[in-house]
Design a protein around this ligand. Sequence first.
Ligand SMILES: Nc1ncnc2c1ncn2[C@@H]1O[C@H](COP(=O)(O)OP(=O)(O)OP(=O)(O)O)[C@@H](O)[C@H]1O
Length: 238
Amino acid sequence: MLTLQKLDAGYREDSPVVRGIDLTVERGEIIAFLGPNGAGKTTTLETLAGLYPRLDGEVEVDGVAVRSGDPRSAVRAGLVLVPDDRALFRGLSCEQNLRLAIRSSRRAPVREGLDQALEWFPALGKRMKVAAGQTSGGEQQMLAIARALLQKPKVLLIDELSMGLAPVIVESILPVLRTVAEEQDTAMILVEQHVRLALEVADRAVVLVHGNVAIDCPASELAGDLGRLESAYLGATA
Ligand SMILES: Nc1ncnc2c1ncn2[C@@H]1O[C@H](COP(=O)(O)OP(=O)(O)OP(=O)(O)O)[C@@H](O)[C@H]1O
């Protein structure tokens, strides 16, 4: 459903950060998108979301081309990003943040959308009237993910899911993603520093090193051979 063909991404034509990535993500498939600092994971996700123009290559969702550097085209195609800073409206309440997402997607009645968000993340129930900026890091991440999911993405892109969060919070969020992937056929690309947690929830692992795909294999296979990941991080051929 999501296809990247020879994707070059970065900030300067003459020195792409990511070079020639070919990747296909199937419906409902969760990809753990791993790699050392500076490998180009964020650059890839932000380019897929249209925040930066592609330097080369094609991106398609269900056979429909996504225009380069055009966030609206990306959202229309079904690519929705949860950025690492979560990009919430911090002065608005949690409920207002969700209402805005529901309204912009124009797909579900507001009450239904709010109920759905609380079904995913019951912890938000007591925080609906509180300004998003005054909630905990975990609650903010739940809110950011709920907001993205309410846009009914075909492919959810989550950057640094666990940034600043206790593992116990991450462990409560990941099963929700697994359930949504299975029930709604939503594909997901997760950039996640907690490699073990990411591999537990993911179907496939894609490891980026120096802007190239160094490993692309079933997540369970890599979970059983973390030495291979370490070698790739150290720049050895995997
Ligand atoms: N806005 C930008 N302008 C210029 N260069 C950038 C910009 N953002 C990132 N880079 C550079 O692109 C390279 C890849 O960065 P990127 O953030 O995509 O890596 P990453 O794999 O997500 O790493 P991390 O895990 O540290 O977030 C780095 O060398 C970084 O300095």
